[in-house]
Design a protein. Structure first.
Length: 183
């Protein structure tokens, strides 16, 4: 009986290990450009990666569009990075500091980085992604200041535009991450 249970447990461990994602795995291909699991891990915990792959595809499409438009996002990246602030020192016990550490420490460990190093890379990647989206939406919808309906309506229009961008490029998008987790 114990041998049988041990065999079942071993098979379960092997199946789970076989489904785990490696940093170098390709999560998606967008217009020939790969999005690696490592890029996604920089922004999201593993348990939400499958849910966030569509968002990464949208972000990659927007990045490609903004680059085609030759828009400089460096000023917006700096602005966004400034809003994040620095990685909090261990002696800071505010709710925000604890939240940052709770997110950053396990992610840093997965990526074989120090938490401060991880947080810096996370802030850079997040700021770039945000800046690309803002630049794209400014061109497509005009700036938020120009929107007469407010932030909810603007967000609705922005999401609609991103969905349309995905639809226009559906033949140039291949999502692979679902294959890695057995979906």
């Amino acid at each position: 009986m114990y041998k049988w249970m041990g065999s079942v447990m071993l098979v379960c461990v092997l199946v789970i290990a076989g489904c785990s994602m490696k940093d170098e795995d390709v999560a998606a291909v967008v217009r020939g450009e790969e999005v690696l699991v490592e890029e996604m891990r920089l922004l999201y915990p593993d348990d939400v990666l499958p849910e966030m792959v569509d968002e990464m595809v949208k972000a990659k499409l927007v990045e490609q569009e903004v680059k085609k438009m030759d828009i400089d996002i460096s000023e917006k990246v700096s602005e966004v990075k400034e809003s994040y602030g620095e990685y909090p020192p261990e002696d800071e016990q505010s709710a925000e500091a604890q939240s940052i550490r709770t997110f950053a420490q396990p992610q840093a460990e997965k990526l074989h980085m120090e938490p401060e190093e991880y947080y810096e890379a996370y802030v850079q990647a997040s700021a770039e992604q945000t800046a690309y989206v803002h630049a794209y939406m400014d061109v497509i919808l005009g700036g938020m200041d120009d929107d007469e309906f407010g932030i909810e309506e603007y967000s609705h229009h922005a999401n609609h535009m991103l969905d349309e961008l995905v639809e226009l490029n559906e033949n140039a998008i291949e999502v692979k991450i679902h294959e890695k987790i057995g979906e």
